[in-house]
Design a protein around this ligand. Structure first.
Ligand code: SF4
Length: 614
């Protein structure tokens, strides 16, 4: 606070220099040369008898103005470049970073000297030179922050709504980069002032008779041995100002809670961008009875490229969803549920992820081959997503009204007032109490359940025909989970939309879904209607999941855990991927990969499925 007060006073003094200064800073012989501080000249006079206080005040004006120019120039160049580089990644990022590396390899002041050498001395040229010299640091900083923010779930959620990249950069990423950037700018301002004074000290910055702290230092330096006061005055002002900027930067960093690096979830660390379309054909999805499917996923195969080579994380997955149907995708963590659902939206991280085979046909069009602009229209309009953690899925820099209003305007031609009215309707629709007041709340002011309702409201803003809910109740307590499930059930009935519900909770599946897809180690192992699956599970993994599920009836029975864990995609066992955990495994199970075949009335990936019917 002290630093801020000092800087505000300095700024006011610089702005109102004619009122604060006691003399004209350029007027010669207003006093005896080299006179010390006195009532007539508070800080004494210089070698030409000019008033030092007045020169210091006007010098502050020049130095602050120059510092501001440099910062504005550097930000104008570095923010767009850093945002673009961090957001795009890949080759573009590589090229930009190598250029910044080359610029950074020369010390900033030396680089500035070289540029001034080319442009010629003068304050404007010095400003340009210093701006160029500090730009690589700013670019690196903005790019680093962008890399972190683009991995947040609320950016992923924006992609799923079909938001334009430009809007994501401007409204999702920039506001979240702004706070740490302000801190960095505050810390860099001191260095910029020193650089400007350094160039002026060398005679390359401000030129006589203009007064800046650097030019005052230059004159004082020539008489430092006989009249040190001439250096002490501008030197102290400069030192105090640099210290104030540094303290302000530190204070802002603490106040904004930026001192400790933020934790980013696994999905966040992976980063989420779109993947290039892969038109390869693949085996058809298992056929289902009933109306023509709204979505048909066939032979979907997704790889992640690691240092050891490509690793398949989703292997030949196929299923379909009819209009108005609720399909549950279940399995333990690592079974490939989330990658499958993200692949439908072409939102898997790339790199390292890539869809290598398959098709995702929605309403007659293969989403994997759609041009990017077309795919963006599908996201949010026809297919929406709700994510697991409502706190990280909502942009913390915007109010609920802004978030919902933007989602509405993205897909509907309405003005701000119309979007706000629609946002209010959506909040009422998802049962948020006192919706009018909540419109102006920020996500952190809402409870977990309310945040998830807001997320659902955003997903429903364009009345999608398919909602993909990726573990939307996992982060909520049991009571709120039940409320959210009730809400989804009633909204599904009201809108008639299809839902893909990704979960590891079979209780939720029983409650909400019509059909179930059981996944294990990246593969579908069983697919059935909810009734069939619960009454007659055929795959030993499904049977294990059901045995491990707490039930109200039969409380005295011990729950049976499936021993072991899901193997990582880098160490899949030969033969049936479930065999190390399966009580029924035989040599035949270990010998050959097991195909997903229709056994009896449903697709099951087990050689003993007929024998193991309970
Ligand atoms: Fe178990 Fe063999 Fe069936 Fe795999 S194929 S689930 S190991 S019985």
């Amino acid at each position: 606070m002290a630093a801020a007060v000092y800087l505000v006073l300095l700024l006011l003094a610089a702005i109102f220099a004619p009122l604060v200064a006691t003399h004209d800073p350029a007027e010669l012989a207003v006093g005896k040369p080299f006179s010390g501080p006195a009532a007539a000249h508070w800080l004494g006079t210089d070698d030409l008898g000019r008033d030092l206080w007045s020169r210091l005040v006007y010098g502050a004006r020049v130095s602050m103005k120059t510092g501001l120019q440099i910062i504005v120039l550097a930000l104008a160049a570095s923010v767009p470049v850093g945002l673009f580089s961090g957001y795009r990644g890949g080759k573009v990022d590589n090229v930009i970073m190598r250029i910044m590396d080359a610029l950074s390899s020369v010390p900033a002041l030396v680089l500035a000297l070289a540029i001034v050498g080319v442009l010629g001395p003068g304050l404007t040229n010095a400003s340009i030179a210093i701006a160029i010299a500090v730009t690589p640091g700013f670019v690196r900083f903005v790019r680093g922050q962008t890399l972190a923010v683009r991995q947040e779930t609320f950016v992923e959620a924006s992609h799923s709504l079909g938001t334009r990249e430009r809007t994501i950069l401007r409204k999702r990423i920039l506001p979240n980069v702004a706070s740490p950037l302000i801190v960095t700018v505050a810390l860099a301002s001191g260095a910029v002032l020193i650089a400007e004074s350094g160039l002026s000290l060398l005679g390359l910055g401000s030129q006589p008779p203009e007064s800046s702290w650097g030019s005052m230092l230059q004159r004082g330096y020539q008489v430092i041995l006989t009249h040190p006061w001439q250096v002490i005055v501008p030197g102290t002002a400069l030192a105090l100002t640099v210290l104030a900027f540094n303290l302000l930067g530190d204070g802002l960093r603490d106040a904004l809670g930026l001192g400790v690096p933020k934790a980013v979830g696994l999905r966040g660390r992976l980063g989420l961008t779109t993947v290039a379309p892969r038109p390869d054909l693949a085996p058809e999805a298992p056929a289902t009875d009933g109306p023509a499917p709204l979505l048909t996923v066939s032979g979907l195969t997704v790889e992640f490229v690691t240092e050891a080579g490509p690793v398949t994380v989703v292997d030949d997955v196929g299923f379909s969803v009819a209009p108005g149907e609720v399909l549950g995708i279940v399995g333990e963590s690592g079974s490939g549920k989330s990658v499958t659902s993200l692949s439908i939206m072409r939102l898997i991280p790339s790199p390292p992820g890539r869809i290598v085979r398959g098709s995702v046909v929605f309403d007659g069009r293969d989403l994997l081959t759609l041009p990017f602009a077309e795919m963006r229209k599908v996201r949010g309009n026809d297919i929406s997503m709700v994510f697991q953690d409502p706190m990280t899925s909502l942009n913390p820099a915007y109010t609920v009204g802004n978030l919902l209003g933007e989602a509405v305007r993205l897909h509907q031609d309405v003005n701000r007032a119309g979007a706000r009215a629609r946002a209010l309707e959506l909040l009422e629709l998802v049962g948020i109490p006192d919706p009018k007041r909540r419109l102006d709340d920020y996500p952190h002011q809402l409870s977990g359940g309310m945040r998830q309702r807001v997320l659902i409201a955003m997903a429903l803003s364009s009345r999608p025909r398919l909602l993909i809910a990726d573990e939307p109740t996992t982060a909520l307590d049991v009571t709120v989970q039940a409320q959210i499930l009730d809400l989804l059930r009633s909204l599904q009935a009201e809108f008639g939309m299809a839902i893909i519900f990704v979960t590891h909770d079979l209780g939720v599946v029983a409650d909400l879904c019509d059909r179930v897809l059981v996944m294990y180690a990246g593969q579908v192992v069983e697919q059935a209607s909810v009734t069939d699956l619960f009454e007659r599970p055929r795959h030993p993994y499904t049977q294990g999941l059901l045995r491990a599920m707490p039930q109200v009836a039969g409380r005295s029975e011990r729950l049976v855990a499936i021993r072991g864990t899901v193997p990582p995609p880098t160490a899949l066992p030969a033969g049936c991927r479930f065999h190390p955990r399966c009580d029924h495994a035989t040599d035949a199970c270990r010998a050959e990969p097991v195909e997903l075949l229709v056994r009896g009335d449903r697709p099951v990936r087990c050689v003993l499925s007929e024998e193991l019917v309970p």
